[in-house]
Design a protein around this ligand. Structure first.
Ligand code: CP
Length: 325
């Protein structure tokens, strides 16, 4: 593995999941692997889970981590090639990124979409400019369109729980849109769809209101319906997430509260377990009764962020050492 930007950087999803679960059972198994190595965690927007879980993961591998909140503490970066920098940006990424590459063995970066310009956001300009100029492996801590560490965590959590299913059968996974008060990126939904499709070991249904279609490049292979009740029938896992519109980009068309998952809706499922990446707007996206109830996997899921990050960092470190994993 040379970088971790999407599922396309992973040769074997199940092997990466096994590695993560092995770290969960034995967090310090490779406590010297990262000795003498340093990761820079760059945030262009806020984070709780991604920041802390990646720091814990690096620490478990004996790797030093330094967090830099670029949006609050750094010079305003310019990402456009050929920009005439007479505005608010102070430093070009082609000057800053190679310097970061001198300070760190691995760079991990969280960017965010504008939700105003679809072409810019879906070109992944920010993270691609880091990849182009840093000269060291780059890990996505969420980009404009994807959140691969979250999605790996989600597959880990589903696989971990799946082993408790009585019959060793193919689970039904439903990704359902949920209401929200502000337009959110499509990243988590895109990425979850991309990973579940690439994993290929589940029956996968996506349900959302009309006009909330995601980009087909991520959803292709899933069954898509606007009928949430129909989608929920016999589901084993329900992944709840809001996203703004993709086609007419970054809008809220619909905020029907009846799309919020409740115990009544959960009764349509096969006693499904419920996932959400967090943070969650309680009683808007997801009801208290679900979040505080026995079917919620959200805390286990957030805890698993450490093992996902540790599996990825360990694989990158092995590659840096010239290994083949
Ligand atoms: N799920 C997730 O990425 O959480 P944070 O935004 O807190 O990192």
């Amino acid at each position: 593995m040379k970088q971790f930007i999407s599922v396309n950087d992973v040769t074997n999803i199940n092997a990466l999941v096994e590695k993560a679960l092995a770290y969960k059972a034995n967090p310090f198994a490779d406590k010297h692997l990262g000795a003498g190595k340093r990761i820079g965690l760059l945030f262009l927007n806020p984070s709780l889970r991604t920041r802390l879980s990646t720091q814990v993961a690096a620490s478990n591998l004996g790797m030093e981590s330094i967090v830099f909140n670029v949006d609050k503490e750094g010079w305003a970066l310019e990402f456009e090639e050929g920009a005439i920098m007479s505005g608010n940006t102070v430093e070009h990424i082609k000057d800053a990124a190679p310097i970061l590459g001198k300070y760190f063995d691995v760079l991990a970066i969280r960017t965010f979409p504008s939700l105003k310009n679809k072409e810019d956001d879906y070109s992944e300009l920010y993270i691609n400019q880091f990849i182009k100029y840093a000269g060291v492996p780059v890990v996505s801590l969420e980009s404009a369109t994807l959140h691969p560490l979250q999605s790996l965590t989600d597959i880990i959590t589903i696989q971990e729980d799946c082993r408790l299913l009585t019959a060793n059968r193919r689970p039904k996974i439903v990704l359902t849109w949920a209401p929200h008060v502000k337009p959110l990126p499509q990243c988590v939904a895109n990425s979850f769809a991309q990973w579940v499709n690439a994993w290929g070991e589940a029956d996968f249904v996506i349900t959302h209101p009309q006009d909330y279609e995601l980009h087909e490049q991520f959803t292709k292979g899933a069954t898509i319906t606007h009928d949430q009740d129909e989608a929920l029938k016999n589901a084993d896992y329900v992944y709840v997430k809001n996203w703004s519109t993709f086609t007419d980009y970054g809008k809220i068309y619909e905020n029907d509260p009846s799309w919020m998952l409740t115990n009544e809706k959960l009764s349509l499922t096969n006693n499904a377990k419920v996932l959400h990446c967090l943070p969650v707007r309680r009683n808007v996206e997801l009801s208290d009764e679900i979040l505080d109830g026995p079917n919620s996997l959200v805390t286990q899921e957030a805890g698993n962020r450490v093992w996902a990050a540790q599996a990825v960092l360990s694989t990158l470190l092995t590659s840096l050492e010239g290994g083949t994993k």
